[in-house]
Design a protein around this ligand. Structure first.
Ligand code: ADP
Ligand code: ZN
Ligand code: ZN
Length: 706
């Protein structure tokens, strides 16, 4: 529709007999005559816009076919190469060979040739890094054609999955299943509590309950959505859905091309799938007759969209959608989010528990966890990153030909580089963070902006050659393992070593086939992976996350330690986990070692209550960034004043405003960052009419404070 001099896209939310403006203009054209958003999803969008303080258009765009909100064409264009054998030389010959344009045309053709001859236009433009004029030139020469994506290419069609049948529930599973089954059978408007928190230790059979819940939902003529934190890390659960519901599972993920995503969306909306599995955006899949929403690993931070508007949390959106649609909600995890567990304790969710591990060979014990006090090691003169016990246990595991996993949540060889003479610390020129030395690339790397620079040979301040490489990361542990366990086959598994999906799959496969004895990794190895050969898991340093200025640091540490320890002893051999720490008495570490979630929760919730942190209050985090430090702090001060005035005008008592203060990273990619934290109830009322100029980020319920 015309809007001033511009033509813009609009979404019809409802119709009105009168207009707030005098001169109305006509709609030029309908993009789609169909109703694209059901009333229920429209309500959801309204809620998202109001709750997460985002523009309504952005919220509704979440519910539309992929590409709509981006203002891109709804159908992806594909570039197809016509003259497969002679084209590349022709483009060079007819074009101005050697000049920029001719070279680019050749590059496009070569790229198409190398990749099978037909690719989405957007992909060609970005991979060859050229403008559309290059494609236009090739079109004129009749070397390529543009096609609409019509064929739905099922991204999973290439994989085969053996059909599987439901397992006979154990007594404990049966008990957990019963209320879920009843809720699914109940008519929605008669349901009392249709939201469940399924709290079950790793390997207790939660997935089996999800599968049964979906089967029952289908029986009732309804459909489901299953959210997983990240598709790559949860391949196993996806495969189990395929094996149980062959041909009835749609998978959504960002690696699909725009055309695949659009076709998938259309087929889902026609009701072609019993279940849609995917990461956070899958909650917006147009699944008709929604009867079940599963959120696996509900505590995962990946469910929060932190990098763009609307900054929604998919678990909380799922809770809202379940209310609006009457679907049964199933939140599953071994380590519930403290807020979610609080919801269960206060009866907003029904708590069901699984405390035993199951397997095809009967119950398995949880891994035995031993805490090692690293202060004692120092006292005994052991300065190695391996305690004597861990070293001995790794040796024994290797001797028995069992596999070992070692966890350290930092990458690189040295996470802190300083001058031994004057104490100068090497930090990034664009960020306020320190640099890490990576031996694999022999460079110093900033983990915040990824900028690298040559390893320092001398101090820029005092010219001393005494440069100290301190702090341990994955590469440090790898080097130490190679020194201590000479005959072991060792693999590093972090985002440096596993930079592509292909390598991820390959390395996982190697470890599973037992071609590797010791795997050293970051969070990447902590989640969702099931390796039957692992008998020992070692946590090199449990303390790294503890001193961060974030009220969730204890919860985060507890969750990670439980997840890591849970990797041991998943099948053939009993498992053991060893946690090294300088603070073994700290509650998050102590309770993790005992697999005691309620114990941890009891202490954590007291701390949250004492400081008025969530779940007792909500938090909104406001961040402003600017290239100029002075402008940044001025903008922050101005905003704080506006907020204080509003608080006074609206008479809002019991509201806390913290800051403005520099963010944890006071500078990122050259921009200074200041933040204001607001703590209290129903904070949206305070902020909804405040204008935030460019440079501001408004984050409702932030998952991290750093
Ligand atoms: P979780 O999702 O809690 O980690 P899973 O559902 O993956 O647990 O179950 C762990 C393992 O136990 C899987 O290999 C699964 O096939 C098996 N399992 C689950 N339930 C049963 C059962 N009732 N009988 C036999 N094996 C089971
Ligand atoms: Zn120096
Ligand atoms: Zn940087």
């Amino acid at each position: 529709m015309p809007f001033g001099a511009r033509v813009v896209r609009g979404i019809v939310v409802n119709l009105s007999a009168s207009s707030p403006v005098q001169d109305t203009r006509d709609v030029i054209e309908l993009i789609s005559p169909q109703v694209m958003v059901t009333p229920e999803r429209m309500d959801l969008a309204l809620w998202i816009a109001a709750y997460y303080l985002s523009p309504l258009f952005d919220a509704i765009a979440l519910m539309l076919p992929p590409g709509f909100g981006n203002k891109k064409p709804l159908k992806a264009k594909y570039v197809k190469y016509l003259a497969l054998n002679s084209g590349a030389s022709q483009a060079g010959g007819r074009g101005k060979a050697g000049t920029g344009r001719g070279v680019k045309q050749m590059e496009v053709l070569r790229f198409l040739e190398d990749t099978g001859g037909r690719l989405p236009l957007s992909q060609v433009l970005s991979r060859v890094n050229c403008g559309s004029s290059v494609i236009r030139a090739l079109l004129l020469k009749k070397l390529v054609v543009l096609e609409d994506e019509e064929v739905f290419r099922d991204p999973l069609a290439r994989q085969d999955f053996a059909l599987e049948f439901p397992l006979q529930f154990t007594a404990e599973q049966q008990q957990a299943w019963q209320p879920v089954e009843e809720a699914i059978r109940e008519v929605p408007d008669k349901r009392k509590h249709a939201s469940f928190l399924l709290h079950g230790v790793t390997g207790s059979g939660k997935t089996e309950i999800y599968l049964a819940a979906l089967a029952e939902t289908i029986k009732q003529g309804k459909r489901g959505i299953c959210l997983v934190p990240e598709i790559a890390l949860t391949q196993q659960i996806t495969e189990r859905f395929f094996a149980r519901f062959p041909g009835r599972v749609a998978v959504i993920h960002s690696r699909l091309s725009a055309g695949e995503q659009y076709d998938g969306w259309r087929r889902i909306s026609r009701g072609e799938f019993d279940v849609v599995v995917g990461p956070r955006s899958a909650i917006f899949a147009p699944q008709p007759d929604l009867g079940l929403i599963i959120v696996d690993e509900e505590h995962e931070w990946a469910y929060k969209q932190s990098d763009k508007m609307p900054r929604y949390h998919a678990r909380d959106v799922a809770i809202r959608l379940a209310e609006l649609s009457g679907a049964v909600l199933l939140l599953g995890t071994a380590t519930p989010d403290v807020g979610t567990y609080y919801g269960a304790v206060s009866n907003r969710l029904q708590l069901i528990e699984l405390n035993e591990r199951v397997s095809a060979r009967g119950n398995l014990p949880l891994p035995e966890v031993t805490l090692v006090n690293m202060s004692d090691e120092l006292k005994a003169g052991n300065r190695s990153i391996f305690s004597r016990l861990l070293r001995e246990q790794v040796r024994l595991s290797l001797e028995r030909e069992e596999q070992v996993m070692l966890y350290i949540n930092r990458r690189g060889l040295a996470t802190f580089i300083e001058c031994g003479n004057c104490g100068y610390v090497f930090s990034c020129r664009r960020c306020s963070g320190t640099l890490t030395y990576h031996a694999a690339v022999k460079r110093m790397v900033c983990h915040h902006c990824r900028r690298t620079q040559a390893a320092a040979l001398k101090c820029p301040d005092c010219a001393s050659l005494d440069i100290k490489y301190l702090g341990i990361g994955t590469e440090t542990v790898e080097a130490e393992c190679r020194r201590l366990f000479k005959s072991a086959r060792i693999m590093r598994f972090d985002s440096d070593a596993v930079s592509t999906a292909k390598r991820y799959v390959k390395q996982i496969g190697m470890f599973r086939k037992r071609e590797v004895d010791i795997m050293i990794g970051t969070q990447l190895i902590a989640k969702g992976l099931d390796f039957p050969g692992v008998s020992l898991v070692g946590v090199i340093n449990a303390d790294t996350g503890l001193n961060l200025p974030d009220f969730r640091s204890a919860e985060r540490t507890f969750q990670l330690l439980c997840q890591v320890a849970g990797r041991a002893g998943r099948a053939y051999v009993p498992g053991q986990a060893l946690i090294q720490s300088f603070n073994p008495g700290y509650y998050a570490i102590k309770y993790a070692a005992r697999h005691d979630y309620p114990g941890f929760y009891k202490q954590e919730i007291k701390y949250r209550a004492a400081f008025g942190y969530p779940p007792y209050n909500s938090i909104i985090r406001l961040i402003v960034s600017n290239l100029s430090e002075e402008k940044c702090s001025r903008q922050a001060r101005l905003m704080a004043n506006v907020l204080k005035q509003q608080i006074a005008v609206q008479g809002l008592a019991g509201l806390r405003l913290i800051g403005p203060a520099p963010a944890y990273l006071s500078r990122l990619r050259g921009r200074y960052q200041m933040q204001i934290i607001i703590l209290g109830q129903q904070l949206q009322g305070l902020l909804k009419d405040i204008h935030f100029p460019a440079g501001w980020i408004v984050d409702v319920d932030p998952v991290g404070m750093l």
